[in-house]
Ligand binder design. Sequence first.
Ligand SMILES: Cc1cc2nc3c(=O)[nH]c(=O)nc-3n(C[C@H](O)[C@H](O)[C@H](O)COP(=O)(O)O)c2cc1C
Length: 204
Amino acid sequence: MTLIEKPAETNIYLNDLIARRYSPRAFDPNKSIEHDKLLSILEAARWAASSSNLQPWRFIVAPKENETEFNKILSVIKEGNIPWAKNAGVLMIGVINKYRRPDVLNRHASHDLGAAIGQMVLQALEHDIYVRQMGGFFPDKAREVYNIPEEFEAYTAIAFGYKTSDLSHLTDAHREREMAQRERQPMESFVFNGDWEQTADFLK
Ligand SMILES: Cc1cc2nc3c(=O)[nH]c(=O)nc-3n(C[C@H](O)[C@H](O)[C@H](O)COP(=O)(O)O)c2cc1C
């Protein structure tokens, strides 16, 4: 059986990693992520841009070999994501420091966490490791389980893993979505100039 590939369908030039990236659920339950590759992925986050170089991201990281920590992250993930997330090689929770200074919110903290995760995703893919992010987790439960202080906020859960061609461990609905084509809005719908929602002149 061959691994599913879902390259971006476009006639416009794209960097190979960006074109290849997609978010699978079919992770190989028998494959761990090597220590050096995990470090490489985290190093990619470290070198992301951030507002005032505040580096507001924090990551709680659980490789599957550490069963206690892995199950701890699974315990804060919503039920719908568990059937596939449990097969990941590494689970993480992305957390932001909400504050720029003790009395000033950092409006860009979640933006910068996203940028750091974006870099992790592409660095992972260079190692053939795929990523699926999850809004479907319980931030309040994460706060409780990990003693996350008030000034920080758990923002997203992230699954990293090697793909498998064996889709038998997915639910029927997830199996169908795993094979479905990827869809995107046309550029005209989100690239503006002149006025709000006016398609940019260079696209016409
Ligand atoms: C912040 C964020 C939250 C997401 N939450 C979930 C989730 O809880 N469960 C899930 O299966 N996929 C989740 N996804 C994956 C998206 O559904 C997926 O990225 C989107 O459908 C586009 O597909 P692609 O990444 O394969 O291009 C999330 C993605 C992001 C970026």
